[in-house]
Ligand binder design. Structure first.
Ligand code: KIV
Length: 280
């Protein structure tokens, strides 16, 4: 039987300097691809809103949507540790709300862990959720749920004040009991420094190669979208155009009555059809 990745596996990987792989997935099919490829972690990211549901940003994603998609991901992931993103306004208002919603996310999906955005200001919330027995992944730097406050999807931590704050944020999350922290959109030097300063794994996205692991969005890895492509994205396949081509080929064969061919078709006794033809 496949051995499931847990928070202990991740801690051991950091200690052994073994890189951690994480990809997002949003349904049974995408999670099966990520799990079969050997990802240690699968994130049901609230990027769901943008890459799957067509929203402009992540702010409109609801907990019900995350749970619906999270359930499908959990059904497919046999080895990877699945992490459910807590969407905007499900954990910021009160710590009690946060715990209740984190509880719903893991109870209703069957995933073991949640992720939430924010550093020092979220430490008490993280602590409350962790104390209830739910592993929490933190997320600092370019945090998409604060896109308005950041003034857009811009690199964070470039000046000394911001870099110092991000270090404090990472340390506060570690102290609060987070099992890992996503570092998004920060200079590689800061990614390296935070990785050295904390004992929990850092998972980078646009944070350089020295993080303990990396995460990318499913559609970006596979080249499934032609729109927005941030600098930190590398496409490891380009499947959008081949997919459109395959759809076109299907449509053409339908129009030309070339599909379905005899080998795709069921048959029956001709006499029965003859009798029906005469009677009706
Ligand atoms: O929602 C998401 O996909 C994320 C990752 C990009 C880290 O938070």
């Amino acid at each position: 039987m496949t051995k499931r990745i847990t928070t202990l596996t991740l801690a051991g990987m950091k200690e052994n300097k073994e890189k951690i792989t994480m990809a997002t997935a949003y349904d049974y099919a995408s999670a099966k691809v990520a799990d079969d490829a050997g990802m240690e972690m699968i994130l049901v990211g609230d990027s769901l809103g943008m890459v799957v549901l067509g929203y402009e940003n992540t702010l409109g994603v609801t907990l019900a949507e995350m749970i619906h998609h999270g359930k499908a991901v959990v059904r497919a992931a046999k080895r990877a540790m699945v992490v459910i993103d807590l969407p905007f306004m499900t954990y910021q208002v009160t710590k009690e709300d946060a715990l209740r919603n984190a509880g719903r996310a893991i109870q209703e999906t069957g995933a073991p862990a949640v992720k939430l955005e924010g550093g020092e200001e979220m430490a008490k919330t993280v602590e409350k959720i962790v104390r209830a027995g739910i592993p929490v992944v933190g997320h600092i730097g370019l945090t998409p749920q604060s896109v308005g406050q950041m003034g857009g999807f811009v690199v964070q931590g470039k000046n000394e004040r911001m870099a110092r704050q991000l270090l404090k944020d990472a340390l506060a999350l570690e102290d609060a009991g987070a099992c890992a922290v996503v570092l998004e959109g920060i200079p590689w030097q800061l990614g390296q420094l935070i990785t050295e300063k904390i004992t929990i794994p850092t998972i980078g996205i646009g944070a350089g190669v020295y993080c303990d692991g990396q995460v990318l969005v499913y559609h970006d890895i596979l080249g499934l979208q032609t729109e927005l492509r941030p600098k930190f994205v590398k496409q490891f396949g380009q499947f959008y155009h081949p997919m459109v081509d395959a759809m076109r080929a299907y449509a053409k064969e339908v129009k030309d009555a070339a599909f379905p061919a005899p080998e795709h078709t069921f048959t029956m006794d001709e006499n029965i059809i003859e009798r029906l033809r005469e009677k009706f």
